[in-house]
Each structure stands twice: as C-alpha cells, then as structure tokens.
Design a protein around this ligand. Structure first.
Ligand SMILES: Nc1ncnc2c1ncn2[C@@H]1O[C@H](COP(=O)(O)OP(=O)(O)OP(=O)(O)O)[C@@H](O)[C@H]1O
Ligand SMILES: [Mg+2]
Length: 229
C-alpha cells in the first residue's frame, strides 16, 4: 500500500433492491485511487451513480462490496463509531441543497463539526475567523433562511472546511444557484482549495467547472473512467 494515496478502492460494487427484492446494480468492479492534494471531478448522466459513489467514499454508506482503504486504514475493519470518527474529523461534505440546520445561527452551523473534539470557545474563535475569510462576518448571528442562496452555500462550504479535513466532497454544489452566483461561489471555492492544498472530489454537470480538475472521470457502465481513457 502506497501512502501517497488518500483513498484506495478496488472492486467496488453497489446494488439496491427494488420493491420486488430484485437486485439493481449501480456500481460494478469500480477501481479508484485518489492522491493527496489533487482535485478530481466526476461527470456523467443523471442516475449513473455519482451521488451513490460520493456517499460511499464519504463514509455515509457502508452497504457495498469491495475493498476500501482510507489513509491506509481498511474501512471494513472499522466499527461504526470508528467510521463516524473518521468521517467527522477527516471528511467535509458540500451538498446541492446546503443542508444547514435552520434552527441554528450561521456560526453555530459552522462550529458543529469542531465540537467533536474542541471546546465551545475555541470552536467559536476558529469558525469566526473562517467566516471572516469567507466575507460572512456580518452574518454570523443570522439564521440560514435569512441569507441568500449564495450566502447559505458559503456557510455550508465554511462548515465543510472548518475541521481542516483531509478530503472534501462536493455534490453539485452550485446546482441550486443562479449562473452568476454559481460562478462566484465556485471560483472562490476552487481558489481556496488550491491555496490551502486540499484534496477534493466534486460532482458537476457543468463542463466549465469539471475541466478545472487535475483529473476528470466520467461514470459509464457502472464504473468511473478517466476522461481520456
Ligand atoms: N436508496 C435508493 N434505493 C433504490 N435506488 C436508489 C437509491 N438511491 C439511488 N438509487 C438509484 O441509483 C441510481 C443512481 O443514483 P444516484 O443518485 O447515485 O445518481 P446520480 O448520478 O447522482 O444522478 P444525478 O445526476 O441525477 O444526481 C439511480 O437509478 C437511482 O434511482
Ligand atoms: Mg446525484
């Protein structure tokens, strides 16, 4: 096992069962290695399995076949608690529909991942600093629904990064924003990722965004393929 890889996945398989208990295969024999400090985009038709795959590599779904090593750790040997711990500390998720908690303020939303292993005061300070960097310092005490879509997504991005995770996963992160806001947010985000040397896997339907990755994969025949393969 070579430790320059953050993820090593081999022979991945995933199926769902339909209401008649028939197996519906979504992913089959998929192999994927992800190097540290790289940006990878995944494209492919609707329903091809992109979100299913991101949920597996983000440790949100444990029902799959195959081998999965995260930072050289065999995930199949980890307990549920260990897996949750790895996810909480090492992975940041950004979703199309932001997934902010409406009852909490902006800063409380961003603080959440930090509270796993830091006290409240420290978590508040770190979150405030990041929100300042994100141009949201005047919004920290707002509830998310009082913000524009673009501002909500910036909060969600801040929340995904606040823990300094090894891996950031973004699923159609600008899919719910108008074109200008989407461009602003995506450019800001990708700059941040590059400047801070983060490892990113992002799903997008937008070619202008997908080509900014170091490697572009497309989903076809239940697998991902490098774009020039
Ligand atoms: N919980 C589930 N139970 C059964 N089938 C599911 C479930 N979740 C997803 N699927 C099916 O798996 C396939 C892949 O879904 P997935 O959400 O991964 O696609 P996607 O590539 O992300 O599509 P989109 O671009 O529309 O977001 C689809 O056919 C979907 O209907
Ligand atoms: Mg999807």
């Amino acid at each position: 096992m070579n430790n320059k890889y953050l993820l090593e996945i081999s022979n991945l398989g995933k199926h769902y069962s339909n209401e008649n208990n028939l197996k519906i295969e979504i992913i089959k024999n998929l192999n994927f290695k992800l190097m540290q400090n790289t940006k990878v985009s995944i494209v492919g038709p609707s329903g091809s399995g992109k979100t299913t795959f991101l949920n597996i590599i983000g440790l949100l779904d444990s029902e799959y076949d195959g081998d999965f090593f995260f930072k050289n750790k065999d995930i199949s040997l980890c307990s549920k608690d260990e897996t949750n711990q790895i996810r909480g500390l090492s992975i940041g998720f950004i979703h199309q529909f932001f997934h902010l908690i409406p009852e909490l303020t902006v800063i409380e939303n961003v603080m959440l991942p930090l509270l796993i292993n830091k006290n409240e005061k420290k978590s508040y300070e770190i979150s405030k600093k990041l929100l300042l960097e994100f141009g949201l310092d005047e919004r920290i005490n707002y509830k998310p629904l009082k913000l524009s879509g673009g501002e909500q997504q910036r909060v969600a991005i801040a929340r995904s990064l606040v823990n300094n995770p090894d891996l950031i996963l973004a699923d159609e992160m600008t899919g719910n924003l108008d074109e200008d806001t989407a461009n602003n947010i995506f450019n800001f985000f990708i700059n941040y990722i590059e400047q801070n040397k983060k490892t990113l896997v992002y799903v997008t339907h937008n070619k202008t965004y997908s080509i900014l990755a170091d490697e572009i994969y497309y989903f076809k025949n239940k697998k991902i393929h490098l774009k020039n393969e």
